[in-house]
Write a protein that binds this ligand. Sequence first.
Ligand code: MLT
Length: 205
Amino acid sequence: MDTTATTDFVHIYEPGSDAARSPLLLLHGTGGDERDLLGLGRAVAPGATLLSPRGKVLEGPMPRFFRRLSEGVFDEDDLHRRTHELADFVETARERYGLAQPVALGFSNGANIAASLLLLRPQVLAGAALLRAMSPFAEPPEADLSGKRVLILSGAMDPIVPAADVGRLARTLSDNGASVDHRTLPAGHGLSQADINLLAGWFAA
Ligand code: MLT
């Protein structure tokens, strides 16, 4: 495992043992860091290479990937800027580590910036698993997402993500050509065993 800040983002790069697996871009939630999703990544995609940056925006002491004005209300100018900054980091890391196009595995704020990456810089990701995601843009841009697989896992009792909002995200991504599998689980904003089982099946397919 290599923890480094020599490129733009503090990040962990963990080379995998299974070259057939796409690398995973792990994107943590608010208040998390680059270590948060390593265990989840290893559990649901055993042997995959892991690339895990830490969000550069601080909300008090809590790292995030972009600014928000209040819970669920995003600073879209900052979101645009931070999405391109993260996309540039992934491209630099791919060259540096010799990586194939990664699949994002994002939770909450990390899922939201992964959805934004798909829409603003679709060439950066092969696909994405979005856990407790919301629609990042009030007016989503168009993007060519054909050939990209997206799994969205929502919680029926999630107090942060309204069902209509994530439904709009699923529609936006599929209207732009992605192959979207959206499941709603009997869970809240936190992850459950059902999330892990569905993720493992989706990554194995
Ligand atoms: C966000 O700010 O991205 C969402 O409200 C989810 C969160 O991080 O709490």
